[in-house]
Structure formats: C-alpha cells, structure tokens
Design a binder for this molecule. Structure first.
Ligand SMILES: *[C@@H]1O[C@H](CO)[C@@H](O)[C@H](O)[C@H]1NC(C)=O
Ligand SMILES: *[C@@H]1O[C@H](CO)[C@@H](O)[C@H](O)[C@H]1NC(C)=O
Ligand SMILES: *[C@@H]1O[C@H](CO)[C@@H](O)[C@H](O)[C@H]1NC(C)=O
Length: 459
C-alpha cells in the first residue's frame, strides 16, 4: 500500500506544475540522467489501474501507461476554419491493457486471474456451416508433473491475453470515438458499411481490442464482422515479413555508446531485479523491455509489484519500478528518435505500412477514397516507428491504447491534415501538427517509405 501511495503523490506533484499534454514530452529524455534521477518519479505519468474495472485516468489526458487518453468531445477543439469539413479519419491504436508476455523466470508470487475473460477462437464456413462460438477456458491439472517446479504459474490466463479491464477500457474508447467522430463530426458511419476499414495484426490481443472498441462504437451491431489481416509471412505490421537488416540495424543501435551508457548507469538496478525475479539471462538484462512488461502488467491490472518467489520479504520497490519505466522511455526515444540509424530502422520496420497510410491520405483528397474511417489495431512496436516518422519531439513508450488520429479536412476545395496523439495535437520537430496542407504531412512521412524494401532487407 505504501508503494501505491507513493505513486499517487508523485503524479499529483507534477500534475500541479504541468498540463496533461506536458507529461508526454520530458525534455531530458535524451540523457541517461533521466533514468537515474529519482526525483523525476513517473514524470507525471500513471502506472496503476484496477482489476476488472474501467480505468479513466486522472487527471484525464496525462500519460497513463495503463489507459492512454484518446480523443473525446469534452477535450476536443474544433479547427478555427469554420468552413472545414472532416472527410477522412485515419486512426491507429495499440491494443488495450493486458497480461504480460514475460513471466518472472524465478516464479510469479501472485497468481494472475483471467477467469472473467472469454477469449474466443472458432471457425465457421460462409453459407455452408455455422458453429458454436468457443472460448478458451484455461485451467491447470494439479496432477500435471510440471506443476511443482519453478517457474510454474498458477493461472487462468493465456499470456499475453487482454484482461477484462482492458476490454472495458476498449469499449469506453469506442464510445468516446463514436460521440466525437460519429455523432458530432459524422465521419464514422452509423453502421459498419463499405466506408469503414478495420484491420488488426495476427495477434489475438489486437483482435480482442478490436472487438471491444467496435462494440463501443456500434453497440447495437449484432453478428460477426470481418477484421482485415494481411497474410502471415508478408504482413506489413508487427514485423510480419522477413528482414535480416531489421535485426542487424537494431543490433547496431544497441551497440552505440549511448545505449551502453544506459546499461552502465543501471547495473545495480538490473542486478537487484535479476536476483528478485530470477532474471539474470541476457533476454532480461540487455534491455528494460521484460522488466517493464512484467511490472506494468501487474500494476495496470490491480496487482502488486512482484516479490521473490522463494522469499516474500524481497520485493521490487516503487522507486525501482519507476526507474525501470524511465529507462524504458529512454530506450524508446533512443530506438526511434535519438540515434544515427533511426530513419533506416523505421523504414525497415514500418515503412511499408507508412506507405499504405500515405496512400489513403492522398486518396482522401480525391474522389477515389472509398474509406471515410480506417482503424488499425497494432502494437507498441508499430506505434513507435510511426511516431518517429512524424518526428515526435520526445517519445515515451507508446502505452496501452496509445492512439494516433490523422484527420483530413476539406475547406473550399483545399485539403488539410491534423494529427492527434492520444487526443493531443502532436508536438514534433516540424512544429505542432495542428493544421497543414495534406502534402506537407505527406512530405514529412515520405522519407520513411523504402523504395525497395526487399533489397534493403537483404542488404
Ligand atoms: C533531477 O530532476 C529534477 C527535476 O525533477 C531537476 O530539477 C534536477 O536538476 C535533476 N537533477 C539532475 C542531477 O539532473
Ligand atoms: C491454483 O489457484 C487456485 C485458485 O487460487 C487454487 O484453487 C488451486 O488449488 C491452485 N492450483 C494449484 C495447482 O496450485
Ligand atoms: C533529442 O534528440 C533528438 C534526435 O537526435 C533531437 O531531435 C531532439 O531535439 C533532442 N531533444 C533535446 C531536448 O535535446
């Protein structure tokens, strides 16, 4: 409980001195002192949410790892041009909050409960055969001989599934999108029709988010809905196509002096956490990805920070968790903004998808655009490079439900773009992406689209 109180105080102190949007842009993020300076705390961010309940974020609009803010009627500002009419909404989001990918190798001291979540997977055949919708009901047989050994985790979850809290957040996300972009601005149609484009990755997490968000948008819809996915092996999101150069570029980025410096300043922290979680191998020690993933999954779903499986008196402290989160933010800024290979890395990771987005934006300025509203459900590893391509001023880890709304407006025959990141006008090295000719935005993104991705990946 002391840990929780500490987090809330730390958020409140910063919130008093900066506006919600400021919590997205820590000025010192390029420097490793951002990681080690414990007085920064969470930089006004929130890292806790209740189990199995909706999480609203408080105050609304701050960087909230568990439930990032999204566009809502109450905070939304209309463009100053009174003649402007919204003609296309290109929306993309990370899935909502979830269980972890990375269980503590030494054993998880708290069981993770997913018994209120039904993860569906079943098949039916158009016109030929219907089927009973089936969901996975995960259980453990106590007679299973593997159950006694570490790192067995007594759980009803299939990791990294969405949680009930994440589903509820997704439904609210959808309701708010409908109120703004449907009821008020009229770009989301009343029912799912040929002007709507919905796509996810092949990961169940993104499909589970799509089901919740679309239910929030169209609550009276009944029946199944096609969710587009590119075929396995060539998917342009979620690193879905083979690319050796992508991994070798990442290796080069992780070999920089700056990256090594961030490992040096965190050597004691990593050793202490390695001991508590039994996490001493390089998967856990070479970046903060796994520690961060494990801690946020607990804190964002009503659990405590972990303790050592074999010694309940040795627990991860709130101060250690905050340093992990700051180190994670530093890494994201390093990967996608602050290294010499960032442009190449973005091209290799996300360039094809960025090209698809540009295509839809350009089509929206002609009569050729079929889709008024495109919504893609993706991952942090997709949002990061896209934010990097926009030139976001500072990049904290794109957290649960992070979203980018690219709005295309028409006014007196000209087309303008505006870009919101988690409901706020995005701050970038090109200035605020508030109102600009569509071509100006396209020119910002275009250098990130590879001319020959196959050759570049095999180079
Ligand atoms: C630590 O961060 C605080 C702001 O939270 C700042 O005032 C102080 O200068 C920083 N200290 C160092 C050594 O960077
Ligand atoms: C797992 O947890 C459940 C619920 O707490 C408990 O009833 C069950 O006995 C546990 N199973 C094992 C194998 O520890
Ligand atoms: C951090 O680094 C990026 C990329 O090198 C740069 O664009 C940005 O201005 C830097 N931010 C600060 C506050 O120095």
């Amino acid at each position: 409980m002391a840990a929780l109180a500490h987090r809330i105080v730390s958020a409140a102190v910063v919130a008093a001195t900066m506006s919600p949007v400021d919590t997205f842009y820590p000025a010192a993020l390029n420097d490793t002192s951002y990681i080690t300076n414990s007085s920064i705390g969470t930089y006004g961010g929130t890292y806790s949410a209740p189990a199995n309940k909706l999480s609203g974020g408080s105050p609304y609009g701050v960087y909230d790892y568990c439930t990032m803010p999204h566009p809502r009627v109450s905070e939304y500002t209309m463009p100053s041009d009174p003649h402007a009419k919204l003609v296309h909404l290109e929306y993309m989001q990370r899935h909502q909050r979830r269980t972890m990918y990375n269980l503590a190798p030494g054993g998880e001291n708290q069981p993770f409960d997913c018994s209120t979540f039904e993860g569906f997977l079943y098949g039916a055949s158009t016109g030929a055969a219907d089927a009973i919708p089936m969901y996975a009901d995960v259980y453990t047989d106590p007679a299973n001989p593997f159950v006694d050994g570490l790192p067995y985790v007594n759980t009803t979850c299939f990791f990294p599934q969405l949680t009930t809290g994440g589903l509820l957040d997704g439904i609210q996300h959808g309701r708010d999108l409908w109120a703004l972009y449907g009821a008020k601005l009229g770009i989301i149609p009343r029912s799912i029709n040929e002007h709507v484009w919905l796509r996810s990755t092949s990961s169940p997490l993104t499909q589970q988010s799509a089901g919740g968000v679309t239910h929030g948008i169209w609550p009276s819809h009944s029946g199944a809905v096609p969710l587009r996915q590119q075929s396995g092996g060539v998917d342009t999101v979620n690193s879905g196509y083979p690319c050796d150069a992508r991994s070798s570029t990442l290796a080069s980025i992780q070999a920089t002096d700056a990256f090594q410096a961030h490992l040096d300043v965190t050597a004691d922290l990593r050793a202490a956490l390695g001991d508590i979680l039994g996490a001493t191998d390089s998967d856990w020690q070479s970046t903060f990805d796994h520690f961060s993933d494990n801690f946020q999954a607990r804190l964002c779903n009503g659990y405590q920070l972990p303790c050592k499986f074999t010694d309940p008196s040795k627990c991860v402290s709130a101060a250690q968790a905050e340093e992990v989160f700051r180190a994670g933010d530093w890494e994201w800024q390093h990967y996608w903004r602050n290294n010499a290979l960032a442009q190449q890395y973005i091209q290799l990771t996300e360039g094809l998808f960025i090209g698809e987005i540009i295509g839809r934006l350009q089509a929206a300025t002609t009569s050729k655009q079929q889709y008024a509203y495109a919504h893609t459900f993706i991952h942090d590893n997709d949002l990061g490079p896209i934010l990097g391509a926009f030139g976001i001023s500072q990049m904290r880890w794109p957290a649960m439900g992070s979203n980018i709304a690219i709005e295309i407006w028409e006014s007196k025959g000209s087309y303008y773009a505006r870009v919101l990141y988690c409901g706020h006008v995005m701050r970038t090295i090109h200035g605020d992406l508030d109102w600009m000719p569509v071509n100006t935005l396209v020119n910002i993104l275009e250098p990130y689209v590879p001319t020959d991705i196959v050759a570049q990946c095999n180079a």
